[in-house]
Write a protein that binds this ligand. Structure first.
Ligand code: ADP
Ligand code: ZN
Ligand code: ZN
Length: 736
């Protein structure tokens, strides 16, 4: 007897599965868990994933609908992936259909049948005339070094995709040039599962491990094929990546796959090329710079096991994997690993969940571990490995504070800093100026009456973008022209207030006319490939002064930068969010880590109006770990995470009273071993025209938190305010 009934996960905001009937003509071959089916839902047809099959059902037959069709393609999800995604949905109490939806590549969410053209890769051509070819290649070496390098990479690998080459910083013109010289050709990618060969390791690239590193690699190797979590805690340049590479080697040599999760910005040519240089194995990439077809290819090559290494941003954790042996999460503290809308999951935490499910080890790496991870390491729950020395003998950058109260300040730069910049430039070295505020100025105001141009939808000032001649609200994205005169008093003396990166770039141009300046922020890198291009220019020393936001603090290493300055750190010192100081400390240490190398140690200057602030003092004099221990002690006393567990219910509506009443209603029934905090207005109470309130649920154990959320999710549909508000649930929130 075949299965007549199936339970299906459907992309709707309901926390349940739906039962459908499988009509006779669709029953063979037998339907299996993980299949994609087309089902009617209301007036629509949607793609669902089969979660369970039954021969019998208690539901009244007449109430059930038939499935529309089965998608008989090769894109089934394995039972293991289905189980995992259900665990994720359960952990976050998120609608299971939506979890599946987000885990699938866009092309697999569509009803149209996917016609898959086989993934293509580049390889070097077989040459008939070897002498002639060698000539051509030698010419490239002297005349077109980029083409030469590109050729070498293609030669090293047996088939490399355009997506990878692009991520490495090469462009179509360079590729076409090699193609037209008949040096390379495009072929279909093999679909065979990868099996290790000794030639896959580039032996010359391998470094002799320090004792510290060797101990870590051995510990990871000894834990293969069972679950364990390793924290590799070491500053930038301490040799973490080399540890990853050698641990990966052991796993790859068993013909198992490795999944590497990085923050969006961490996926730079530098990171990728380290992996590419070491291993001549097929790599699948997963990041926002890929198109839908490329993403589907990644999915497929990971599933078939053709890809040996899968490198990607947070959602890569949902990839189907043929034979995974190790997960690495680099920069595990990075907040971009957490998705901040709809399905609010943390890539690191879901990576740990997956490693546990698959019974394999996971390695977390950071110079500034999150307090959650650090606590788990200190308590012995994770294996704690510290890399205390910088590898290759490079020395650690020193951090010093500049007291802005006793300085002549011009364009946000203190006299001390200007002097240091001049000195550094005169030595032919590079300078990085860090200002976490993009745009020209964070506000404009009227000189006469002090009117400020506010976004009506957010009650916050518009940011001036001079180049575009626009006012842009950084909270809701709304745009406006710059008013020719003050709407309040009619004066034409409307001036920028404060400084953003765009303005800083202009000012530096005036102050240091001989230096070339490059700005790296979200505005200057909007175009695809632009970030890689600018970073390349920096490493080619085309620019001496680098100006940037948070983007510059992450993932990149600039060996010729010997001076880093943080222009304004004060905002983070007085925040109501208990995580603000943790994030500030991480940012400062990360920025400091960008600079210097063995022969040229770096210097870090931090401008502040509050030099005596205890957090700053502690961080500067005693370092991140001392600071973190202090802060963890405080959190323990206050019973804040990681010593308790939180969930956050956000609610918003067009009127301020609705979300507040909705949330207050939820607090009427007491919870078991949990406490409510709030409801309180969100830090930005008004955003994009909506009023926003928060309710925090705090518990001593995760089990109690789960129980409380379950109770609240049953209560919510009963609320009389339900139709008037939009609400969402955030388990383990990281911003309040
Ligand atoms: P991290 O990932 O912590 O920033 P890396 O692994 O990139 O550190 O190492 C930093 C630098 O030190 C790199 O240039 C790397 O080649 C070098 N390095 C790492 N380990 C060793 C080692 N065992 N011996 C010599 N140099 C090393
Ligand atoms: Zn005015
Ligand atoms: Zn706005």
């Amino acid at each position: 007897m075949s299965n007549h009934y199936i339970q299906v996960a459907i992309p709707v905001p309901m926390r349940q599965l739906f039962t459908y009937l499988v009509p006779e003509q669709l029953q063979s071959p037998a339907i299996v868990v993980g299949e994609r089916v087309v089902v009617p839902f209301g007036a629509r047809k949607v793609i669902g994933i089969v979660m369970g099959t039954d021969a019998h059902s208690d539901v009244d037959q007449k109430k059930l609908k038939n499935i529309e069709s089965r998608l008989n393609d090769s894109f089934h999800l394995s039972q293991s992936l289905v189980d995992y995604l259900q665990l994720c949905a359960h952990y976050y109490h998120h609608p299971v259909g939506d979890v599946f939806q987000q885990a699938l590549p866009v092309l697999l969410r569509k009803i149209e049948k996917v016609t898959l053209t086989p993934p293509m890769v580049w390889q070097t051509s077989d040459f008939e005339d070897v002498d002639n070819t060698n000539d051509t290649i030698n010419k490239l070496k002297s005349k077109a070094i980029k083409q030469f390098n590109l050729y070498q990479i293609i030669k090293q690998h047996s088939g490399i995709s355009w997506a990878e080459l692009r991520t490495l910083g090469y462009n179509k013109a360079q590729l076409n040039a090699l193609h037209s010289k008949a040096l390379i050709e495009e072929v279909e990618q093999t679909t065979q599962a990868f099996t290790w060969q000794d030639s896959f390791l580039n032996q010359q690239d391998k470094l002799q491990l320090s004792t510290e590193q060797a101990i870590i690699v051995t510990a990871i190797e000894q834990s293969l094929n069972s679950f364990s979590c390793h924290l590799v805690d070491g500053v930038t340049g301490s040799g973490k990546t080399e540890v990853y590479l050698q641990a990966m080697e052991t796993v790859l040599a068993q013909s198992q796959q490795v999944l590497v999760i990085v923050p969006e910005i961490g996926l730079t040519p530098q990171t990728l090329s380290r992996f590419e240089q070491r291993f001549n194995v097929p790599v699948a990439l997963h990041h926002s710079g890929l198109n839908d077809t490329e993403r589907l290819n990644t999915w497929l090559t990971a599933q078939q096991g053709n890809a040996a290494i899968i490198i990607g941003t947070r959602s890569a954790i949902f990839s189907p994997l043929h034979n995974l042996g190790l997960i690495i999460v680099d920069e595990e503290h990075d907040s971009s690993l957490k998705q901040q809308d709809s399905f609010r999951y943390h890539g690191r935490d879901m990576a740990i969940l997956r490693a546990r499910q698959l019974n394999i080890p996971i390695v977390l790496g950071s110079a500034t571990p999150s307090f959650e991870t650090l606590q788990n390491a200190l308590s012995g729950k994770y294996n704690y490995h510290q890399l205390l020395k910088r590898a290759g003998n490079s020395s650690k950058a020193k951090i010093a504070l500049i007291d802005m109260n006793h300085q002549q300040v011009e364009f946000g730069l203190s006299g001390t800093l200007k002097h240091e910049i001049t000195q550094t430039l005169s030595r032919g070295e590079q300078v990085l100026l860090f200002l976490n505020r993009r745009g020209y100025a964070p506000a404009i105001n009227c000189k006469e009456c002090h009117w400020i141009a506010d976004c009506q939808r957010c009650d916050k000032p518009y940011t001036l973008h001079q180049k575009q001649q626009l006012l842009i609200c950084h909270h809701c994205g709304s745009q406006k022209r710059i008013p020719p005169q003050c709407p309040s008093c009619g004066s034409v003396r409307i001036v920028p207030l404060g400084q953003g990166t765009e303005q800083l770039e202009n000012r530096l141009d005036e102050l240091f006319p001989d230096a070339s300046i490059v700005r790296i922020d979200r505005d200057s890198t909007r175009k695809k490939g632009e970030l890689a291009k600018l970073l390349q220019e920096v490493s080619d020393k085309k620019h001496q002064l680098l100006v940037g936001t948070q983007m510059l603090a992450k993932g990149h290493h600039f060996p010729d930068v010997t001076l880093v300055a943080v222009l304004d750190v004060d905002g983070a010192l007085f925040s109501f969010d208990f995580r603000a100081s943790e994030q500030m400390a991480q940012l400062l240490i990360q920025v400091a880590g960008r600079a210097g190398r063995a022969s040229k140690p770096g210097k870090v200057l931090v401008q502040t109006n509050f030099v005596d602030h205890p957090l700053l003092q502690d961080l500067v004099h005693n370092g991140y770990h001392h600071f973190a221990h202090q802060a963890l002690t405080e959190r323990k006393q206050a019973l804040l995470p990681p010593f308790s567990y939180q969930a956050l219910i956000r609610a918003e509506a067009n009127y301020p009273s609705y979300p507040e009443k909705f949330l207050r209603g939820l607090t009427m029934q007491p919870l078991v071993s949990c406490e409510f905090a709030g409801p309180v207005p969100a830090a930005m109470e008004k955003k994009a025209g909506k009023f926003r309130y928060h309710l925090i649920i705090q518990a001593k154990t995760r089990k109690h938190l789960h129980g409380a959320i379950q109770q609240l999710l049953m209560q919510i549909p009963q609320s009389e305010w339900l139709n008037k508000v939009r609400w969402s649930l955030d388990v383990d929130p990281i911003d309040l």
